[in-house]
Design a protein around this ligand. Sequence first.
Ligand code: XMP
Length: 333
Amino acid sequence: MSSNVRPENMERITTPELANAFIEEQVAEIRSQVGDKKVLLALSGGVDSSVVAALLIKAIGKQLVCVHVNHGLMRKNESENVIEVFRNQLDANLVYIDATDRFLDLLAGVFEPERKRKIIGKEFIEVFAEEARKLEGVEFLAQGTIYPDILESIKAAEGKKAVKSHHNVGGLPEDLSFELVEPIKLLFKDEVRVVGEALGLPHTMVYRQPFPGPGLGVRCLGAITRDRLAALREADAILREEFALNGLAEKVWQYFVIIPDMKSVGVKDDSRYEGWPAIIRAVNTKDAMTATIEEIPYEVLHKVTNRIITEVEGINRVLYDLTPKPTGTIEWE
Ligand code: XMP
């Protein structure tokens, strides 16, 4: 699949049968492209890189080397899940790198959103490249590029202005030149999900809500501190748990917690309790260019609020963001 243009007559993959046919075709194509060489993949645990990993594992098994970089800005249990699914269940060749301290040390005191994004993106490539240099016999780099990414880069090449610099795996340093393997580059997201399920990936992984490359880094507003990041991670986990329990997990496109760098005065156990507010955001969108607010039942909001203020150290208020996009972007940074 070398062309970057989706043929007009390409059938939309909507059923397990169509997915299986696609998988078979790709497995053969990957085998003929890479032969007995090794392939490297940055596995974030997101839908696209997970589906590419599962496809390559099926095609070439341990010739695929997955590298999972934990930048310390993952959601609760996310890296653990990647290890469980890929190393323990799919027997993948997985290199796990906990780079939390490197990222958080570099980000200490940095409050400007675009600088934070640049640092995270650059360091990610740095850590990944260091790992790639240690491996021998790797000639290919697999990427979870999907068709909207290709359409997006065509738009960028036409000079349309970006609101934020979105970072995933960008260009690698020049000494590392690999041939690309991009087996899902002509697929739309819904098709990627059908293929992921046909490959046997867990439903929660295949239907995972979008999560930005810089992770919780753009939700822990301003200069990131470890204590505020820990509070954010716990509050976000509670929100996700309650949405799942209340049937909202797949109804709402994206939902998460943001924690600003400010405190307000509160009271706890009859004493003054200064804490951060947790801000809940829950939006629906088709293409992330505009977004509307999902109406969350009050009982759910109350339950989430009560759990966050009682279970999470350092948070004394919970707020609900009612702003559509525009004017608010989906993320706060
Ligand atoms: P905004 O905040 O621009 O976000 O309205 C639109 C969608 O993009 C996601 N997002 C990112 N995704 N890398 C990504 O892969 C990034 O750096 C990034 N920043 C924002 C955001 O979560 C939303 O779904």
